[in-house]
Write a protein that binds this ligand. Sequence first.
Ligand code: HEM
Length: 126
Amino acid sequence: MLRNSPNHYGSLTRCLHWLIAILVILQLSSSFLNILREGNVYSQAVVQWHTTIGVGILALMAMRTLWAISQLRHRPEHRGALQKAAIWGHVLMYLVLLLMPLSGMAFTWGSGYGVMTPWFLHTLRR
Ligand code: HEM
């Protein structure tokens, strides 16, 4: 089922969740591994796509936010202090995952690249 229901999350919510999770893991693991072992093969392969993956995350997060808002009345209920804390944890994660790519784009523009570059730049100067 595409939509969420009070008993379970629908296929679109799950699909967006795992797609974004995989892309975020790729971004963070390739960037941080490059700090630990500069120039390693994995980071070199993935970092070439840092901008594209990051802008992809931004687009998917925008879709996910709109979808989550449209599903507010259909999602599983959250009761109790722990579940309320989980909701705020998720709100925080949504904000971070929207602000991270935006700050990356601002950094790229601030570094003197053209306005369209942050969408298409495949190689970061590091
Ligand atoms: C959720 C998406 C993103 C995540 C998780 C992420 C993660 C990171 C991390 C962990 C670093 C630090 C790497 C290091 O210091 O070597 C970094 C650096 C950088 N990112 Fe991203 N990034 C994202 C999206 C973007 C986007 C969309 C752009 C550009 C359009 C971008 C541009 C950059 C640039 C230019 C740097 C280098 C900054 C510097 O030299 O200090 N990032 N990113």
